[in-house]
Design a protein around this ligand. Structure first.
Ligand code: TRP
Length: 445
């Protein structure tokens, strides 16, 4: 079968940005920043994006474009008979783990969208939004229903094909989300006590860096947010033809993704302090804070509808990129049809998500890693272990398996002023940093 291709470089850019921008920028970013003490963590995160994330993004997309294959196939094609392709399997496993819980959280967002549409969440409930959120996520059937619905949408878009399915949502709703976030940031900054939130986010308290788990959290967040290490960007890159130039595109994706994260921080933290909620409240943070903001602001109900709609669609453009990784793999290896591959892999992810969702309530006593519930454990293994490991393999692959000339050619850096610095980063600095952060983490688990 012919492999699909993006219609244009814009098509690729939109899809890759759509993949990067999602729940990771808003939901995950804000609670992880909150849990890790704010400003100093933010600086570590930004450093990880700049020094490790963006150079790796270029590497990952380039490997895919050169090989024109899925995450396992790309390594096999460029290094036949060598063990590199094992990193591809880590990617496939990570895609199952991540989309398993990602779809549950996206389901929460859909549920909020629905409840704003019906007006249910307009006014602050007597028990407060925190209580409403907790009773929803700890219940059995409701979250599973929305998780299932979200997965059905994801499967449907992936089975209709990469291009056709993806482009529409991104063109309309990414700008919508950006505009809403800017608006909300302005409002949030005007709240009484907002400055304390601004200080939390931007004024580093360096003492939080004494805790070794902060480093891996920053690295994991950078990988998660940029969709790195799984093979998502490799797979998307494999649908690119040779005439497009990559370095500018990857820097653009990095800037865009960071922009969304920082603006969400400016929305969330001033409000966290204004409404006197603990910044380290965990994964429920945005689902408790945002409704509080909407309830106070003029036309808040309408803003709530639009916000959760845009957030859900941003989540869909990310979830399809995750599902595409195993689908592309199974289509090639098992000769499955796109339809069959999407349904089978999506259903397995749905099942994993059931465990994650029940782990918020009835199964909360099950803590596979430390005191982490099922969802946090899936996230930890995927984001903080499998993704950095995948990224390490990609950096070593392009830095040591390729010759220097091959590496420059694959990335379109041959005539670029930045080629030597990129090469230095990818060959030495990125691998060394990832290994150091890993070793550091071994002490905590
Ligand atoms: N980056 C997306 C987000 O921020 C999620 C995502 C999509 C992802 N593809 C990925 C995360 C691959 C890790 C790996 O919401």
């Amino acid at each position: 079968m012919e492999r699909e291709n993006w219609a244009s470089k814009l098509g690729f850019m939109l899809a890759a940005m759509g993949s990067a921008v999602g729940l990771g920028n808003i939901w995950r970013f804000s609670y992880v920043v909150g849990e890790n003490g704010g400003g100093a963590f933010l600086i570590l995160y930004l450093a990880s994006v700049l020094v490790i994330g963006v150079p790796l993004l270029l590497a990952e997309v380039s490997i895919g474009r050169k090989a024109q294959s899925d995450v396992v196939g790309s390594f096999q094609k460029l290094a036949p008979g060598k063990p590199w392709f094992l990193a591809g399997f880590f990617g496939v496993v990570a895609s199952f783990l991540i989309l398993g819980f990602y779809s549950v959280v996206a389901g929460w967002s859909m549920y909020y969208f629905w409840n704003y549409l019906t007006g249910e969440l307009f006014a602050v409930p007597s028990e407060g939004y925190g209580f409403i959120f907790d009773s929803f996520i700890t219940s059995v059937y409701q979250p599973l229903f929305w998780h299932g619905l979200f997965m059905i949408f994801t499967i449907f878009i992936v089975l209709t094909g990469v291009k056709k399915g993806i482009e529409f949502a991104n063109k309309l709703f990414m700008p919508a989300l950006a505009i809403l976030l800017l608006l909300l940031a302005g409002y949030s900054l005007s709240l009484d006590g907002a400055m304390e939130g601004v200080r939390f986010l931007f004024q580093p308290d360096w003492s939080v860096l004494d805790d070794p788990s902060v480093y891996i959290a920053a690295l994991g967040q950078a990988f998660f947010s940029l969709s790195l290490g799984v093979g998502t960007m490799m797979t998307y890159g494999s649908y690119l033809s040779k005439q497009h130039r990559l370095p500018g595109a990857t820097v653009g994706i990095g800037i865009m993704d960071t922009f969304f994260a920082i603006i969400s921080g400016i929305v969330i933290f001033p409000a966290v302090f204004a409404f006197q909620i603990q910044p380290d409240s965990g994964p429920g943070l945005v689902f408790i804070i945002l409704p509080d903001i909407f309830a106070q602001m003029p036309f808040g109900g309408l803003v709530g509808i639009l916000f959760f709609l845009s957030l859900t669609l941003a989540a869909i453009s990310s979830s399809i990129s995750l599902l595409e990784v195993p689908v592309a793999y199974f289509i090639r290896v098992k000769k499955w049809s796109r339809k069959f591959a999407s349904i089978v892999t999506g259903s397995i992810m749905f099942a994993l998500g059931i465990a994650a969702s029940l782990g918020m309530g009835g199964l909360s006593h099950i803590t596979p890693i430390g005191d982490y519930n099922i969802m946090d454990s899936m996230d930890f293994v995927a984001s903080n272990i499998l993704l950095p490991f995948g990224g390490l393999a990609m950096a070593l692959f392009i830095g040591w398996h390729f010759t220097k000339q091959q590496a420059f050619e694959a990335t379109d850096l041959t005539n670029s002023a930045f080629r030597n610095i990129w090469y230095l980063l990818i060959r030495y600095i990125v691998p060394v940093l990832i290994i150091i952060i890993f070793l550091n983490t071994l002490e905590i688990i």
